[in-house]
Design a protein around this ligand. Structure first.
Ligand SMILES: Nc1ncnc2c1ncn2[C@@H]1O[C@H](COP(=O)(O)OP(=O)(O)O)[C@@H](O)[C@H]1O
Ligand SMILES: [Mg+2]
Length: 308
């Protein structure tokens, strides 16, 4: 039996005494393990620090609720979010090491593009709102509101939406971005301020949903935003951009990441960011999505079965 080794880090943590603090995280990873088992895989989950040379010194088996020692893994499914620069650097090195020893989802190249908004801009600038990295360029932004965001941020941390005239300085490793007014929603899908997230696995869109702020203009779930399951079709322009973006990664298999879109008042889609660490827990945090999540797990596990 082959073993899928997940490495996990997020603010929910993974501990020696118990796997997670939040029930949703636990439910989602346990479900993944169950589906893995149905497909002939053992699944274990570890802190990234517990990995060395194709092995986890410690890891949780969520089906037995037991911590295990010295487990050999055949594939690494990376579920690590870095909340500090130190961790980011540690992960960068670790991913390089793992890549020499095993196949991992995702290739470190994809991971770098997703975590660094400067690299995202370099590769996909055509599809992003106008973006600049120096205060000198502020005048090139024509919208009244400007978005300030950290180059290495996630979960909406550090994002500010400000009047252009009120911006007097730019912190190190921050970028300036034209504000996209999404208040008219996504035609046929959602009526107001949104982020449209498209989940891509090996070049196929396997899910899409809207994230909407409960108040204000920032949609991240970490900041109180909600996930809305929308019924209907993905706008053609969104689909076409998603596939163009994915082409840049086509040599890496398997690959799983999301592309977030904002649609302006004229329904023109802009890519805001790529995200390789899309939460599995959100499928349990918001009702009525368990079946969809099971299908997603099936697809991910099949994509792993194709390479180990
Ligand atoms: N250019 C923009 N125009 C309007 N809203 C934006 C813009 N950029 C980001 N936002 C809002 O802020 C949120 C977080 O921005 P994002 O670039 O995705 O950073 P993070 O990596 O922290 O999630 C987005 O989900 C969106 O709601
Ligand atoms: Mg985001």
């Amino acid at each position: 039996m082959k073993t899928i080794g997940m490495i996990y880090s997020d603010n929910d943590g993974l501990f020696v005494k118990s796997p997670f603090k939040r029930r949703y995280t636990y439910s989602s990873y346990k479900k993944f393990s169950e589906i893995g088992q149905r497909h002939g895989f053992k699944t274990v989950i570890a802190r990234p620090e517990w990995y060395t040379n194709r092995k986890f010194s410690l890891c949780w088996n969520l089906l037995t609720s037991k911590i295990e020692k010295d487990i050999q893994v055949d594939f690494v499914l990376d579920r690590c979010i870095s909340l500090s620069m130190k961790h980011h650097k540690f992960m960068k090195n670790l991913r390089k090491k793992i890549k020499k020893q095993l196949i991992l989802m995702n290739d470190p190249y994809i991971e770098n593009v997703c975590t660094d908004k400067y690299l995202t801009y370099r590769l996909f600038g055509n599809y992003l709102p106008k973006t600049f990295f120096s205060l000198k360029d502020l005048r090139k932004i024509k919208t009244g509101l400007v978005v300030l965001k950290p180059r290495f941020g996630s979960g909406g941390r550090g994002i500010q939406i400000r009047e252009k005239g009120a911006i007097k300085k730019l912190k190190k490793d921050y970028l300036l971005q034209e504000f996209i007014d999404t208040s008219r929603g996504v035609k046929g899908l959602f009526p107001s301020v949104h982020d449209l997230r498209v989940l891509v696995l090996n070049g196929k869109i396997i899910d899409f949903y809207v994230r909407a702020p409960r108040k204000g203009l920032i949609s991240n779930v970490h900041l109180g935003g909600r996930v809305v399951r929308v019924r209907g079709f993905i706008p053609k322009k969104v689909e076409s951009i998603a596939l163009k973006v994915d082409k840049k990664f086509s040599k890496f298999r398997p690959r799983l990441y999301s592309i977030d879109f904002l649609l302006d008042k004229g329904q023109k889609p802009f890519v805001t960011e790529l995200n390789s660490q899309v939460g599995f827990d959100i499928y349990y945090q918001f009702k009525g999505q368990a079946k969809i999540y099971e299908k997603i797990c099936e697809s991910i596990i099949s994509s792993i079965a194709g390479v180990v």
